[in-house]
Design a protein around this ligand. Structure first.
Ligand SMILES: Cc1cc2nc3c(=O)[nH]c(=O)nc-3n(C[C@H](O)[C@H](O)[C@H](O)COP(=O)(O)OP(=O)(O)OC[C@H]3O[C@@H](n4cnc5c(N)ncnc54)[C@H](O)[C@@H]3O)c2cc1C
Length: 428
């Protein structure tokens, strides 16, 4: 089956997911003769690279997320729908929504991302939540801040130490950034605010199953990141996979450590898009797409971003990062434009890696651009400038820059709020 655009009327393009992939597809379809329906289960686009800062009280959620509807207010041919997609009828060319209604399409772009995966131990999620959404971030922020509040009133020294112990599972960029920022919070921001506890006694463990943190970075940058974290007081535990997580304790290798706060930053699992289509997927549930990012057997369905597995020109897997999703969104928009212009066959998608960046605490970072490697304070400044540049709108950029300046110079974190979804007391 091939897509056969009827030139007399605009093609109906349905895009599911307003993350980096979906939004970039919308952006690059500007001016094309299409009617776009953008469906997302949330009303906001989220800048996930800074989510750990919302989880550690450094930034407010509204500084890293923006209403999708308002971002696209000047795109008259884009209709935004707040709804969860639960299936796709590929034969009938409709998308099924959770409320039972359907949305028809001529071409479909699935950009539904991924969530955390627990390697078959879904029961760990309630003791070790992952970080993917604003709700995850505010819940983790509440857990971290509440731990210090409970410790302040705890008489039993062992229980107090458990409350002051934080375990991060997974030594990738998110784990490194979380561990460094929690250590900064404990050693830099909080000490003078508490009367009974010494927050310098906080333990932060970063647990990584592999032989080094920041796997994928050159060894010298990984080693530097480890030493920088250790200087901040983080205990980096390598080479021992987590085998058990229970309330207030984590077991890895032959160690069992009591920790009130455990955060999962280890695995990801793709959205169920492959299941909706009955498409072949890899072990993480990512659709094995064609080189032109279409779903095998369905040239009218594209899938992009974290929900697909695709190879870079050198044969290595395209990483699940924002630039890859953006490049795929841009590519698919161009492929659709090409089809509408009568060029049905697009060249294969080619991923260009622009670099890897990770922050370590409030003053250091590591950057690997391939042609140059940077670390320390200079890398931190570049990391900050790059992230501010990628935020949406002048207000967010100014607000984030000011917040970072405050944290850098005065160690104050403005977003130290414990909020509770049901509005009751944060402490039972
Ligand atoms: C904590 C964290 C830190 C990260 N740090 C970095 C970093 O420093 N640098 C970097 O490059 N990348 C980073 N990433 C990865 C990067 O954010 C992802 O690779 C990127 O967001 C993938 O884009 P996407 O469009 O595929 O999915 P997403 O951006 O996740 O967007 C998916 C969208 O689909 C919507 N959706 C999902 N299912 C449905 C459904 N059933 N119905 C309707 N809507 C649905 C979601 O609400 C969401 O808006 C980080 C990710 C996380 C979680």
């Amino acid at each position: 089956m091939t897509a056969s655009p009827d030139p007399s009327k605009p093609q109906r393009i349905v895009i599911v997911g307003a993350g980096f992939g979906g939004l970039w597809a919308v952006k690059h379809l500007k001016g094309a003769p299409v009617e776009i329906t953008l469906i997302d289960q949330r009303n906001h686009h989220l800048f996930q690279p800074l989510l750990y800062q919302a989880a550690t009280a450094s930034l407010a959620p509204s500084e890293i997320a923006w209403p999708i509807r308002s971002m696209l207010h000047d795109r008259k041919n884009v209709t935004t729908i707040l709804a969860a997609v639960v299936g796709v009828d590929a034969e009938g060319r409709t998308v099924r929504l959770a409320d039972g209604t359907t949305v028809p399409y001529d071409m479909l772009i699935l950009a539904t991302g991924a969530r955390h995966g627990y390697f078959g131990h879904d029961e760990w999620e309630k003791f070790a939540p992952g970080l993917k959404t604003i709700e995850d971030a505010t819940a983790i922020r509440g857990t971290i801040l509440t731990a210090f509040e409970l410790a302040e009133r705890e008489q039993d020294p062992a229980k107090r130490q458990t409350l002051l112990t934080f375990a991060i599972v997974g030594g990738g960029p998110t784990g490194v950034e979380l561990a460094g920022t929690i250590a900064d919070l404990a050693h830099d921001t909080l000490p003078r605010d508490f009367r009974t506890i010494d927050t310098h006694r906080t333990r932060v463990l970063l647990i990584e199953a592999g032989p080094k943190i920041l796997n994928g970075y050159p060894d010298d940058l990984s080693g530097y990141a480890q030493r920088a974290l250790e200087k901040l007081g983080v205990e980096v535990c390598l080479g021992a996979p987590v085998t058990r997580i229970e309330p207030d304790a984590v077991t890895f290798g032959d160690r069992r450590v009591e920790a009130h706060t455990i955060v999962w930053a280890a695995g990801v699992r793709a959205s169920p898009a492959a299941e909706w289509l009955g498409a072949a997927a890899d072990r993480s549930g990512r659709i094995l797409v064609e080189p032109d990012l279409t779903v095998p057997g369905h040239p009218e369905i594209f899938a992009i971003g974290d929900t697909v597995a695709v190879k870079a020109p050198n044969g290595s897997p395209v990483p699940g990062i924002a630039p890859a999703a953006k490049q795929e969104g841009t590519y698919v928009a161009e492929a659709i434009r090409g089809r509408l212009a009568g060029k049905p066959v697009a060249r294969a998608f080619r991923y260009h890696h622009q670099g890897s960046l990770a922050q370590i605490g409030k003053r250091k970072a590591v950057i690997d651009f391939g042609w140059i490697k940077l670390r320390g304070a200079l890398a931190w400044w570049l990391w900050g400038i790059a992230h501010i540049y990628f935020l949406v709108g002048v207000r967010s950029r100014l607000s984030v820059a000011l917040n970072w300046l405050w944290i850098y110079t005065r160690a104050q974190r403005a977003a130290r709020l414990i909020t509770n979804a049901n509005g009751e007391s944060a402490i039972e």
